[in-house]
Design a protein around this ligand. Structure first.
Ligand code: FAD
Length: 388
């Protein structure tokens, strides 16, 4: 436990979460990895335990706790080795629910945030489109105002929880001619006529459902606009700070878990008459990888502290995701190597870790896009301001 950031209360929360995950989640992971469908009962159990509400206002059933409870939730989810299960949970809590909480009206919060906290409703966030994800401003989905409704047409892809969720937080163009200044955010109920979803097959994150979604003349009440019209792009950018830090934290936790598992394996596996953790070639690689992981972890904690204190950490969160996801891929690649042939076998955890980790430098902003953002900030002195 790092006492600079974690208190006794945090530690107790970590322990009860670990117990819960081992008892309620781990026995089902293999089945969900195979079917790509996380059963409803576990969402309800998470809700009953209060885990979905740790960062949300008490008014809507949350606990309004500091960000280090979220750090613990993210870290422990990585340590049960199902990137897909973890993604389904954090995409619900920290992608969809963040927008509902920050931009949703009181009525929308009562209808969607409260049941999200109890685990009765699952959400997803729909930004990426088939024609391009990195170029958010180039999205083609439209929302046309007609009386007291909006009519949505278009499509989204690669959406986590895109098939089995109950509501969709959707970015669409309200003023297509204004580019990124013409995007707005909407709440769309899954049951609305004209919404359809197709499940996608993928390399990793296999427990989570990733969907392609079509909107065919979907009519929603005008009151389902979240926040102000045409301010969707700044909202998305603002929340990327949290999302990217989350992906950085996931990466350091995943790498730490891989190293801990691998060190144990190396102490038990023998070659040439001694355990393989005695070979200097491997020891030095472990020393390097451990150092890189610890540096990312400490950096991520410091960014979490600053975000928790209300600072706008867009640059640091971008750096966190860029560096931590690269580090995690390299750590896991090496750890798999240190298991030799067993590393390549499905019954050992490294194969899944390698697959799941590969999404880190792609989802939520590719590493190339993150470098563009950092370059603009450090070279061109561009200053990104929060939307609210
Ligand atoms: C499993 C999974 C889950 C996902 N979950 C969600 C979700 O819940 N919600 C959501 O909205 N999206 C989600 N995404 C989408 C993800 O955020 C996008 O895939 C990502 O932003 C990249 O967009 P793209 O796939 O369209 O790639 P493209 O934008 O087509 O990029 C292709 C390549 O070109 C590079 N490139 C593009 N532009 C530039 C540039 N200016 N300079 C240099 N290189 C560039 C990219 O880095 C990349 O290597 C998910 C994706 C996956 C795979």
């Amino acid at each position: 436990m790092n006492s600079m950031y974690f208190t006794e209360e945090h530690q107790m929360f970590r322990q009860s979460l670990q117990d819960f995950l081992q008892k309620e989640v781990v026995p089902h992971i293999e089945k969900w990895e195979e079917t790509g469908h996380i059963e409803r009962f576990i969402w309800k159990k998470f809700g009953e335990m209060g885990f979905f509400g740790i960062a949300y206002p008490e008014q809507y059933g949350g606990m309004d706790l500091d960000l280090f409870y979220t750090v613990i939730l993210l870290e422990e989810l990585q340590k049960i080795n199902s990137g897909g299960f973890a993604a389904a949970i954090w995409a619900h809590v920290y992608l969809a629910m963040t927008h509902v909480n920050k931009e949703g009206s009181h009525e929308l919060k009562e209808k969607y945030l409260t049941p999200s906290i109890t685990g009765d409703k699952i959400g997803c966030l729909c930004i990426t489109e088939p024609f391009g994800g990195s170029d958010v401003a180039g999205m083609r989905t439209t929302a046309v105002k007609e009386g007291d409704t909006y009519v949505i047409n278009g499509s989204k892809t690669f959406i986590t929880n895109g098939v089995y969720s109950d509501y969709l937080v959707v970015a669409a163009k309200t003023n297509p001619e204004l580019g990124n200044k013409g995007i707005s955010i909407f709440m769309i109920d899954r049951e609305t006529p004209g919404v359809s979803a197709t499940k996608l097959d993928k390399l990793g994150w296999r427990a989570s459902d990733t969907g392609e979604i079509a909107f065919d003349n979907v009519v929603i009440p005008a009151s389902n606009l979240m926040g102000e019209e045409n301010k969707g792009f700044p909202y998305i950018m603002q929340h990327f700070s949290l999302e990217r830090l989350i992906m950085g934290i996931n990466a350091h936790a995943r790498a730490e878990h891989a190293l801990e598992y691998t060190l144990k394996y190396m102490s038990e596996r023998e070659a040439f008459g001694k355990s393989i953790d005695r070979f200097q070639a491997l020891r030095h690689r472990i020393a390097d990888r451990y150092t890189e992981m610890e540096i990312c972890k400490e950096f991520n904690y410091s960014v979490a502290k600053r975000l928790n204190d209300g600072q706008y950490v867009v640059k640091e969160a971008t750096m966190s995701k860029l560096q931590s996801t690269k580090m995690a891929d390299e750590v896991i690649y090496d750890c798999l190597q240190f298991l030799g042939g067993y590393g390549y076998m499905e019954e050992y955890p490294l194969a899944r870790m390698l697959r799941d980790s590969r999404l880190g430098p792609i989802g939520g902003g590719t590493s190339e896009i993150l470098r563009e953002i950092i370059a603009k900030m450090v070279i061109d002195k561009k200053d990104y301001k929060p939307a609210t």
